[in-house]
Design a protein around this ligand. Structure first.
Ligand code: SF4
Length: 486
């Protein structure tokens, strides 16, 4: 940061603050709530929850989520003159784009203070600052209160968890300890209501419109590929109180009477079973429909309690149908437990969206077939197949670097679609890339699945319109992939 900007901060006056998820790839679901930042098979957007949280702490701020709003650089450029501080949420796939947007905003208003937050920069703050002189500071760790203090105009040297420019050199302040009192975080739904259009947030397997938020941070599991717990959230599940969560949902229902479903995007909402059940009871009293992330090991009795209190769907990371791969990536799940859990949930009428990852360490042609067979056997209602993404800061990234598995193509292609970042001597990138296609086709193009989707469409005209649009998008996606070999 230049000397005059430090002087600006030192006045101790609040800076007029913009929180920006910048424009990058068309349809890029890379906001501060996405786990795999990429353009998806079907146009989807998660809420920018990680940006909404500090925005809720800074009075008078504004949150702009460019991709869902369809905003391009020329749309956000004029904002540079209306604000004193812009906080960018960035990601590994979009970082180069985001830097270019920061530089353009800075050129428009040279006195603008520019900060970057997000997992990608949190794990390599100085490297991020070196990428461009347009970046004045980078917040590491949990950045909510760091950003709040910057926006209050405090001297940067006094704020924990920052790296910043200081008269030509890069300075770093001490680490900020993890937030323990999660109820100290204000509700995000007021920011959503003030700045976002819920209609623009769409996830194929959630009812529309939906609202998602966090009730806690951190995951007890140690999956080597998983971004948030290894970079910002940590491996302790730090939670908001039950009353606080239920009160926010009650408030959200008043703010958004048309919202059909609430989604709890905690890494693993079911990690704390008694708490999950207590929240469910509160939600049951409100009479809302909700869904959440879960591991494939929730006990039957708990599933019953959740279902009886409005749970509609569980988003479950199965990742692979091969036990050795699951063990290697430290998933902490046995396939027989996952099978039993899935059968129980289905018996209770709880929908399952299963997620799988192709190309994890240990993947072979045989394990690909095994995983597809496993998915067809447990038969989640819907599924998503991703390519293994070695994010900097994760154990998978370190392993890939050490073993020479990393390609030089990055995590996404020029359209923001995932590429095969990992390749192995026994299994080429082309084969891994093609396996995603094969997986989708063998799972969805079955009479049973087609009949299930047709039935769902026949029952509800809204669902019918949505599935037709999504189906067309999905077929276009598969065709595009078929033309590529990665
Ligand atoms: S259980 Fe899910 S959220 Fe937790 S570390 Fe593993 S992949 Fe990440």
């Amino acid at each position: 940061m230049t000397t005059n900007r430090i002087a600006l901060d030192s006045r101790g006056e609040r800076l007029k603050t913009l929180f920006l998820h910048p424009p990058s790839f068309e349809g890029f679901d890379g906001g501060a709530g996405a786990r795999y930042q990429a353009r998806r098979e079907i146009r989807s957007f998660w809420y920018p929850t990680w940006l909404a949280q500090p925005a809720a702490l800074v009075p008078g701020s504004r949150l702009v989520d460019a991709p869902p709003a369809g905003l391009a650089l020329e749309d956000v450029l004029p904002l540079a003159r209306s604000y004193e501080l812009v906080v960018f949420h960035t990601s590994t796939p979009s970082f180069a784009h985001d830097v270019r947007v920061a530089e353009a905003l800075k050129a428009e208003n040279p006195s603008l203070v520019v900060g970057f937050v997000g997992a990608h920069v949190a794990v390599a703050r100085e490297l991020a600052l070196e990428a461009s002189a347009a970046i004045d500071f980078v917040a590491g760790d949990e950045f909510d209160f760091t950003v709040k203090e910057v926006a209050e105009g405090r001297p940067l040297s006094s704020i924990a968890g920052l790296s910043y420019r200081d008269n030509g050199r890069i300075a770093r302040t001490p680490a900020r300890p993890p937030l323990e009192d999660m109820d100290a975080l204000p509700w995000v739904v007021d920011v959503y209501h003030r700045d976002l259009d819920v209609e623009r947030y769409v996830i194929g397997y959630l009812l529309h419109p939906y609202v998602s938020l966090y009730t806690g941070r951190g995951c007890r599991s140690k999956c080597t590929f998983c971004l948030w717990p290894q970079t910002i959230g940590g491996h302790r599940y730090r939670t908001r109180s039950v009353d606080n969560v239920v009160a926010e949902i009650a408030h959200a229902r008043r703010l958004f009477p048309g919202v059909k479903e609430f989604f709890f995007d905690d890494d693993t909402f079911t990690d704390d079973v008694p708490r999950a059940e207590a929240i469910a009871h509160g939600l049951g009293r409100l009479g809302v429909t909700w869904s959440c992330n879960a591991k494939a090991n929730v006990p039957l009795r708990t599933l019953e309690v959740l279902r009886d209190n409005g749970l509609r769907l569980l988003l479950v990371g199965y990742e692979s149908g091969n036990q050795a791969i699951l063990n290697h990536v430290k998933k902490g799940i046995r396939l027989d437990v996952a099978r039993e859990f899935t059968a129980s949930a289905k018996r209770l009428g709880i929908k399952i969206h299963g997620t799988f990852v192709m190309g994890l360490p240990g993947e072979t042609r045989e394990t690909i077939e095994e995983t597809i067979r496993f998915a067809r056997e447990i038969d989640p209602d819907t599924l998503q197949v991703s390519l293994a993404a070695p994010y900097p800061g994760t154990e998978l990234h370190r392993e890939a670097l050490a073993r020479g598995w990393l390609g030089d193509g990055g995590l996404v292609d020029g359209d923001g679609v995932q590429t095969t970042a990992l390749g192995y001597p026994h299994l080429t990138r082309t084969e891994i890339f093609a396996s995603v296609d094969a997986f989708y086709r063998q799972f969805y193009f079955r009479p049973r699945k087609i009949f299930q989707i047709a039935l769902e469409m026949a029952r509800d005209a809204d669902v019918c319109r949505r599935r037709l649009r999504e189906g067309a998008e999905f077929v276009r996606f598969l065709r595009r992939r078929a033309r590529r070999t990665d």
